[in-house]
Ligand binder design. Structure first.
Ligand code: DQA
Length: 164
């Protein structure tokens, strides 16, 4: 095997290894009420609809996803820890924990893969306390104000990041 062949083969091996791991899509508090909660801000789609659309797009992109929601900060941290071994990347909508949780930021800092932050609403157009995000200190990118489509955009970007 020539030198160039060996390099491409290593790259291919690394890509296969990364692609085999799922992308964790984590959702924080109150997002279980999506579709019922303030639809004028968050839209009519449910979180189950979002999960379905993410799963379908992931299949198209050749990715696997693990989609979770919890109202409990510790549970979200446990999923981030799990992703250290089992996840290729994390897409996270931390809900209100975005603006309060140093603990979720610390957990994300202990994760080595790419992290993308999603907000359904445009947090910058809302109350001042929503303008600051602890998670943004870690995230490679932030999507806000694109409605639930933001999850799909994040998944496309994640595909680029984990395939690089
Ligand atoms: C949110 C924005 C947060 O400020 C809020 O607390 C949420 C949802 C969003 O998706 O727009 O729960 O993360």
């Amino acid at each position: 095997m020539g030198a160039i062949d060996a390099v491409s083969s290593r790259k291919l091996h690394k890509a296969r290894k990364t692609m085999a791991k799922p992308i964790f899509i984590l959702n924080g508090p109150n997002l279980n009420l999506l579709g019922k909660r303030q639809p004028e801000i968050y839209g009519a789609e449910t979180l189950a609809d979002v999960e379905q659309r993410c799963t379908a797009l992931a299949a198209e992109l050749g990715l696997m996803v693990r989609f979770h929601q919890s109202n409990h900060e510790g549970q979200i941290i446990d999923w981030v820890h799990l992703a250290r071994d089992e996840g290729a990347g994390i897409i996270i909508n931390p809900g209100a924990f975005t603006h309060t949780s140093v603990a979720i930021l610390d957990a994300l800092n202990a994760f080595e893969g790419p992290v993308l932050e999603v907000h359904i609403s445009n947090v910058h157009k809302r109350e001042a306390f929503r303008h600051h995000s602890y998670v943004s200190l870690r995230a490679e990118g932030v999507i806000a104000g694109f409605g639930t489509e933001g999850y799909l955009l994040a998944l496309r970007r994640m595909h680029t990041l984990v395939s690089a």
